[in-house]
Ligand binder design. Structure first.
Ligand code: A3P
Length: 280
């Protein structure tokens, strides 16, 4: 049974829990020394916050703006996989679009030193925990199964993979005014994709026509990405592109659980702009 080797399927690294099938202490150590380039673009997100959606948008923008020669689907995630892949990423031509779920304090320091442009994709906590639960329970690669109540408690206590959602959002909240950081909210992107995409293009200094923006929008809807997911993500596509809705948490969280999230959120983010934008 998968429960037998629960302990082998996860490990702690510097106080944070990680899934062994996706990364390793060696990889995380090597990531610490990763050499960023000043023109890199770094996508950061807590898991299940629309990382793959934004990665697709960034690649489409770069391709349409003539920055990258080839449209590619592979997600160049620096926290996952093995040291070998990290080496492959190191030798990719500029301008690179890279991604990570690492907590901002654990992002390789050369990204900070070189003031690399960072796009932070954030999503409301209740839909994140529901998406995370379904993802983990349907993902045979991770192979760790919990009941909803168990998973929810772990999430609230900061024992989900890649650490506490609440610490993560608080940490980015301190950086919202940094010149090299753009925060994009999942819910805003869903409600008004073309305006948000224009902001992103401006932040990256990409010049695109309105027509190009509209075409990227229509290729980036949930429906269109789900339909194409076999090509982009293989078998994982079915697990990854689940519902893509705002407010699915209402089908899952009890009133008590919803209040637990509100309390925790209030404690960390009361009165902040991001706190308000992520209240659902
Ligand atoms: P749900 O599980 O709520 O459906 P990540 O890529 O960070 O793992 O996030 C996955 C979540 O983003 C999933 O949420 C997925 O459906 C949603 N998603 C992916 N593409 C999307 C899109 N084009 N529009 C809206 N949501 C999308």
């Amino acid at each position: 049974s998968p429960l037998k080797n629960k302990s082998e399927r996860q490990f702690m690294y510097k106080g944070t829990l990680y899934p062994s099938p996706l990364t390793s202490p060696e990889n995380l150590q090597a990531v610490g020394n990763f050499e960023a380039r000043a023109d890199d673009i770094l996508l950061v997100s807590y898991p299940k916050s629309g990382f793959n959606w934004m990665f697709h948008i960034l690649n489409s923008l770069a391709f349409a703006a003539g920055i990258t020669e080839k449209e590619h689907n592979a997600v160049w995630s620096i926290n996952n996989h093995c040291v070998f892949l990290l080496q492959a990423i190191s030798s990719r031509p500029s301008q690179r679009i890279l991604g990570t779920h690492l907590h901002p304090d654990n992002i390789p320091k050369s990204f900070i030193e070189k003031k690399v442009k960072i796009l932070a994709m954030l999503r409301n906590p209740k839909d994140v925990v529901v998406s995370y639960f379904h993802f983990q329970n349907n993902n045979p690669v991770i192979g760790l199964y919990y009941t909803w109540n168990e998973f929810f408690s772990r999430f609230i206590e900061g024992n989900a993979f890649y650490g506490s959602y609440f610490d993560y959002i608080s940490a980015w909240n301190k950086k919202v005014n940094d010149e090299n950081v753009l925060v994009v909210i999942y819910e805003e992107l869903k409600k008004n994709m073309s305006e948000e995409i224009k902001k992103i293009a401006k932040f990256l200094n990409f010049t695109l026509t309105d027509e190009q923006i509209q075409s990227i929008c229509s290729m980036s809807t949930f429906k269109s990405m789900k339909e194409n997911s076999m090509n982009t993500h293989g078998e994982m596509g079915n697990i990854l592109f689940r519902k893509g809705d705002i407010g699915d948490w209402k089908n899952c969280l009890t009133e008590e659980q919803s209040k637990a999230v509100d309390d925790k959120f209030e404690k960390h983010l009361a009165g902040t702009k991001i706190g308000d934008l992520l209240k659902y």
